[in-house]
Design a binder for this molecule. Structure first.
Ligand code: WT7
Length: 634
């Protein structure tokens, strides 16, 4: 029962690619036919990249949850939709069939309505990886509200910023979060955040730890108690294809995270299409993506993509190293996982723990392996291929972004040539190009350039929430008539793409995108700090680590205490994921005469390659470079 859009061979891929390039509208109309629409579209795609203004399936009406759930009830009602694996292997897994998931989503949807949530309202989710998170995502979509999932590692301050930017009127959270051998007080973070979030009227709290957190009278309610009496039937709200489905915040080169906006129809079509093709999901397979639903990977490839295809998707509450570094592989064997999708940083962390942990499991159910989030180095690729894939499984290296909504460049299961460290070829319907600094297209192979996309695709971002101009400037103003990804890439002699990494002031720490300006703002909010500059440097496990150069006020002791205090400030402002690994105290920063920080120099020093600094003659104060070089923390 594979959908018609699932490609079956490399030859078919090549044909489809050509077809989609020649006639994008015809191609996507055919894919879209596979879904359940309340009303079909008037036009497939209308677009211009100046404003930008992009519409897919305009005039069509649908609800994405009818496609994720109701559509499957007749044929897959008793098939498992979600297998939930708890943090502690001694606790019981939860298995939800499509019928059960449908009922739970309806109950949650009715509960949201009871608390006054309406179509178009924003609901913030700040939760651990428990089934209720996936259920809440779907329930929000079912009633036509807009979800904004905030990764539960963000601080109260960062959470409040995101809630206020979207003006959410409800937050769903839990008392605490089970993560490895730690428990994290989620509700306390929400309480702290809500001191500055007047838009929030209701907080629903899932009991995950059996705690008794503060419950604000008339605002906070226990989810489990409230949901019990709700009806298991809830009509889905009929949405326009271009109505908002969700907002997801991501970092850019300015200090303020932006709310990437995705809409119902196009996102649905592309999430489903890309999932089916990249992972080559077959009807009885069990698929597992280890991401958190707080990131786009979890939205598209734990929840929507798999459920749209009637797949069985594993959701994991825990971490790769608890109770030991064999946990991932134990879960693969336990549930018979057929497709396994994780991040290079996780592979490197487990690789560092030694082979024994992986060699004690059979892993013979695995057919396809995937990676996402950052370039994978050759060593990690080989380890993954040999020890996890037993040299018989293709590795799909999937390049995409929060903004693209779905996988853009990747192998398709075992139908694509394997080339370690290369994402490979674009999916049919995706038209990447490389351009030079001036925006001229580079058409040859064996070249390097800036990665752009020249034709819209259904799941591309439509806007940045509340600030459309920012969307235009960030993605559409660099080069005329193209979407600029912010990544540099190489194209080899066979036309395969290899992503090099960001060319803007964005760093990638453990596959998480961080804006250097965002981290600098956080550091600067420490009262001892006068100024700072942050760059990324190569890190064995995390891919990139954060290296901060900090000028403190006079009289401040530049010692370990001050370092710890600065780290604490960053954790408070953003969260643990933004912790600077290294802090070098400096008396000044290398600046041009116009006052711009020369990051190139700071990057070279942080990388440990300062012997070749290039031209520093335009600097305001060249002496400061010597000092910085001498103070390098290796
Ligand atoms: C940035 C997007 C897409 C989900 C996870 C991250 C980098 C992503 C790859 C890959 C090399 C990759 C890019 C991109 N990236 N996948 N397979 N190979 N780099 O989403 O937080 O929006 O970050 O992650 O630099 O621009 P995100």
């Amino acid at each position: 029962m594979q959908p018609k859009y699932q490609i079956q061979s490399f030859e078919e891929y090549q044909e489809k690619y050509k077809l989609a390039q020649e006639n994008p509208e015809g191609f996507w109309a055919e894919v879209a036919e596979e879904f359940q629409w309340r009303k079909k579209w008037d036009s497939v795609c209308q677009w211009e990249f100046k404003t930008p203004d992009v519409k897919w399936f305009d005039g069509a009406k649908l609800n994405i949850t009818e496609n994720c759930l109701d559509r499957h009830l007749a044929t897959r009602g008793n098939k498992l939709a979600i297998i939930w694996e708890p943090n502690d292997p001694r606790d019981r897994a939860i298995r939800l069939t499509y019928r059960e998931l449908h009922e739970k989503v309806c109950q949650m949807a009715n509960l949201l309505k009871k608390f006054g949530v309406k179509k178009g309202d924003r609901v913030c989710l700040y939760m651990p990886m428990v089934p209720e998170l996936a259920i809440a995502v779907l329930a929000i979509a079912r009633i036509g509200a807009i979800h904004s999932v905030v990764f539960a590692g963000f601080s109260a301050h960062a959470l409040a910023d995101r809630i206020n930017d979207a003006q959410c009127n409800m937050v769903i959270t839990s008392d605490g979060i089970n993560r490895g051998n730690k428990q994290i007080p989620a509700k306390r973070v929400v309480d702290e955040a809500l001191k500055t979030c007047p838009s929030v009227k209701t907080v629903l709290v899932k009991d995950c730890c059996g705690w008794t957190p503060h419950m604000e009278e008339g605002r906070d309610y226990w989810l489990d108690e409230e949901i019990e009496t709700m009806s298991r039937v809830c009509q889905a709200e009929v949405m326009d294809a271009e109505d908002l489905l969700f907002i997801l915040y991501t970092s850019g080169s300015t200090g303020k995270p932006k709310g990437v906006v995705h809409t119902c129809g196009g996102y649905m079509v592309y999430a489903a299409y890309s999932f089916s093709n990249v992972f080559q999901y077959q009807e009885s397979d069990v698929y597992w993506c280890t991401a958190d639903i707080g990131w786009i990977t979890g939205h598209s490839y734990i929840v929507y993509g798999p459920l749209l295809n009637g797949a069985t998707t594993v959701m994991f509450e825990g971490v790769p190293t608890f109770p030991d570094p064999g946990r991932f592989w134990q879960v693969c064997d336990k549930h018979g996982v057929n497709q396994f999708y994780t991040a290079p940083t996780a592979i490197r962390a487990l690789m560092a723990c030694g082979e024994d942990h992986v060699l004690s499991y059979s892993l013979d159910s695995i057919k396809v392996l995937g990676t996402v989030g950052e370039p994978i180095n050759e060593e990690a690729w080989r380890w993954y291929h040999i020890h996890v894939g037993k040299e018989k499984c293709p590795i799909v290296d999937t390049w995409w972004q929060t903004e693209t909504g779905g996988i853009m460049i990747s192998g398709l299961g075992n139908h694509s040539p394997l080339n370690p460290t290369h994402a490979g070829y674009p999916l049919p319907g995706i038209q990447p190009i490389l351009v030079d600094e001036k925006g001229n297209e580079i058409t040859e192979n064996e070249v390097e350039g800036l990665l752009c996309i020249k034709h819209p695709w259904p799941s591309m971002l439509r806007s940045t929430y509340g600030d459309h101009e920012r969307c235009r400037i960030t993605y559409f103003s660099h080069f005329e008539n193209m979407y600029f990804t912010g990544d540099g890439a190489k194209r080899d002699k066979n036309g395969m793409y290899r992503i090099i990494g960001r060319v803007d002031d964005v760093i990638n720490v453990s596959g998480h995108r961080m804006g250097t300006a965002e981290v600098e703002n956080a550091i600067n909010s420490n009262p001892h700090v006068v100024e700072s500059a942050v760059v990324g440097y190569p890190h064995d496990i995390k891919g990139q680590g954060i290296y901060a150069y900090v000028i403190t006020e006079e009289g401040c002791p530049n010692n370990e205490n001050t370092r710890a205090e600065i780290v604490e400030t960053v954790v408070h402002e953003i969260g643990k994921i933004a912790k600077p690994e290294k802090i070098q105290f400096v008396s000044g920063l290398p600046k041009t005469r116009s006052g711009k920080i020369m990051r190139r120099i700071l990057r070279k020093v942080a990388e440990g390659t300062a012997d070749n600094l290039g031209d520093t003659s335009t600097l305001l104060d060249p002496d400061v470079v010597e000092e910085i070089k001498n103070g390098y923390i290796g």
